[in-house]
Every structure is written in C-alpha cells, then in structure tokens.
Design a protein around this ligand. Structure first.
Ligand SMILES: NC(=O)c1ccc[n+]([C@@H]2O[C@H](COP(=O)([O-])OP(=O)(O)OC[C@H]3O[C@@H](n4cnc5c(N)ncnc54)[C@H](OP(=O)(O)O)[C@@H]3O)[C@@H](O)[C@H]2O)c1
Length: 322
C-alpha cells in the first residue's frame, strides 16, 4: 500500500518484479533507490561476519540493492546473504540489484575483466547489476601511485559490459572534469557516479552536473556527521539538530530518515549502511513522506564542504579528484 502511494505521489517507478522504488538509468536499466551499504570504513562498527545477516535482514525489509566492493573484502558475505534470501524464497537473483567496485590496484584495461570475474566468484553470481571504478586514482599493489589513465580503465569496464558480466557501468569519486572527459572519450556513457553527499557536504555543483548529463548520483555516507565518525572534527548537523528535529516531528520520522529523504528528494540513490535490524528497516521506510522544496533548500544551507572521508594521503597521485 505504501509503495502504491509512493508511485502515485512521487512518480517513482517500480522495477518489474521488485518492491523497492527505483529510477531509470541512461542505459535503459533501472536502479533501486535505496542500497544497503556494506563498507565499514568510517564507523568500523560492523565486523565482517555480520554482513551476511545484515544483507538477509535488509532483503526481509524490502531492500533489493546491496552495495559492496573488492575493497570492503565482504563480497563473499554479501553473496551468502543474498543466497540465504533466495533459499528462503524471498527473492530471485533477477529481483536483486548488486553493485560492486573495481579497486585502485587493478586499473590496467586487461585487469578489469579478470578482477570482475574474481568478484563474481566471491559473490556466487554470474553477473552484477552495476560495476563502478571505485576511485579515479590508480595504485600499484603496494599502494604507491601508478600512472594509469582512468580512460584506459574505462575501456576495460566497457569490455566487461560487452561480455554481459555486468548490466551497467559507472564510476565513483569522479569530479566534474573527469566526468566530462569520460563523456567525451568513452564509448559507453557512465550510468552512475557514486559520491559523498550529506547535509554538511551537499556537493551541489557535482550532483547537478552529473544529473544534467543524465548520470545518476549515488550518495554515500548519507548520514554525514549525524553518526559518529573516526574524524578529529565534527560538522553540524548532528542527530539532535533543532532544524532536523522540527522536520522529524512534522513528518513523524527520525532525523536520520529526514536526511535520507532529503537526498531522495534531490533525486539521488542513497547508500546507508547499518548492521542493525531495526535501523536498517528505518533507513528504507522513507516513501510515505516528502520534503518541500523549501525544506530541501533549508537543509542545503548546512553545507560546509565538510567531508567524512579524508583521501588527502593520495593528493599527489595522478588523477586525484578533490
Ligand atoms: N564509493 C565510495 O568511495 C564509498 C565511500 C564510503 C562509503 N561508501 C558506501 O556507502 C555506505 C555508507 O557509508 P558510511 O558507512 O560511510 O556511512 P553512513 O551510512 O552514512 O553511516 C553509517 C553509520 O550510521 C549508523 N546508522 C545507520 N543507520 C542509522 C540510523 N537509522 N540511526 C542512527 N545511526 C544509524 C551505522 O551504525 P549501525 O550499523 O550500528 O546501525 C553506522 O555507524 C558504505 O557502507 C559503502 O557501501 C562508498
């Protein structure tokens, strides 16, 4: 019933056999708007062996999209959680949407397809729905810089798509000029750019640029500083921020749900991570309310360009995006 209301009120699409609202990608595929994040970099609160349960709980709570990466070292657990849900008769593989990402040390064109095949083996799947270049920077195995142009990497991504190992290809942490260069030189247009977006880091220029070019934006670390981070600084809003509390009271939601809805109302796909059954259910319970344009603008005013992630250790590497 809620989802029927969601379709009527907000014009979201339903993937044919899925219960999760989705959006159209520029390659004709559809992507569910809420992905369970399984990367544990900033919070460190989810031991790897909890990922399998979290994935199953998420599917029980109507998630149809799981976000993983070679870097997170949890593709095996993600695959097991999906297999558990399939064995229970909750979903079929075709109803699920799996995103994984190419690591920085595998950027040579000829490394891309073999790396994806290794991911597929760990996942226990014969394709993924979305494959992203995790970061435009290339490194050697020891983490030192490598001078591989991400355009070369993109050719490998195109190879993977042509082989049918992946339905859509995209990027992550690419900036405006890197997106433009890919659009000018690539054969296949990236379907997605996955980037950090939350109230303290609204990333408006990059989000608008991608969306204007028909590239869907996936917002990672969507809670910003509402949740504890391994950082020496904290940037408002926090979880009890009065402006967010007022909106939460108005809509009968939590402040976390208001922030997630704010990102949905900016036409983004969200990637909240939780390993807690109740919280992950809350994080998809977003489709029975909608913020006004003024409320979205009010939340945008929190922007301080304050990132949860600190990649500055790579700032002298070729193709550093920030
Ligand atoms: N492409 C990239 O470079 C990149 C970079 C970073 C992240 N990501 C992706 O984005 C995902 C999310 O990013 P993130 O993990 O940095 O940040 P996040 O989802 O914004 O925050 C996760 C933290 O919030 C807590 N939490 C979740 N739901 C909550 C709720 N309803 N109320 C209060 N606290 C809640 C979680 O704890 P509990 O688990 O205890 O609930 C965890 O500590 C990652 O898992 C990964 O999949 C991608």
């Amino acid at each position: 019933m809620l989802l029927v209301q969601a379709i009527l009120l907000f014009g979201v699409n339903l993937a044919v056999a899925s219960v999760a609202p989705s959006m159209d990608l520029n390659d004709g595929n559809k992507i569910p708007l809420v992905a369970l994040g399984t990367g544990r970099g900033t919070s460190g609160s989810i031991p790897i062996d909890e990922v399998r349960d979290a994935v199953l709980w998420a599917i029980e709570a109507d998630y149809r999209h799981i976000d993983t990466a070679v870097l997170y070292q949890d593709e095996t657990q993600v695959g097991q959680g999906v297999a558990d849900a399939i064995a229970k008769g909750l979903v079929t593989r075709e109803q699920m949407y799996i995103t994984t990402k190419l690591p920085c040390e595998r950027h040579a064109r000829e490394q891309v397809v073999p790396t994806l095949r290794e991911s597929l083996t760990r996942l226990g799947m014969d394709y993924v729905d979305l494959f992203l270049i995790h970061f435009p920077v290339a490194t050697k195995d020891d983490g030192s810089p490598d001078d591989i142009d991400y355009l070369e990497t993109w050719r490998g991504m195109e190879d993977a798509k042509e082989l049918g190992l992946v339905k859509s290809i995209g990027v992550s942490n690419f900036n405006v000029s890197q997106i433009d260069r890919l659009l000018a030189k690539g054969k296949v247009k990236p379907a997605v750019n996955q980037i950090e977006v939350h109230p303290a880091y609204t990333n408006e220029e990059l989000v608008a640029h991608c969306q204007n070019k028909g590239i869907a934006v996936m917002a990672y670390s969507p809670f910003g500083f509402l949740v504890p981070r391994n950082r020496t600084y904290v940037t408002p809003p926090l979880i009890d921020d009065p402006t967010l509390v007022k909106l939460a009271e108005k809509y009968g939601k939590t402040t976390g749900q208001v922030v997630l809805r704010y990102l949905i109302d900016r036409d983004m796909i969200i990637v909240p991570k939780s390993a807690n059954k109740e919280r992950l259910a809350q994080n998809i319970d977003l489709f029975d309310f909608k913020l006004t344009a003024d409320e979205v603008a009010t939340i945008n005013k929190f922007n301080q360009n304050s990132s949860v992630f600190d990649f500055s250790g790579w700032k002298n590497y070729p193709y550093y995006p920030f």
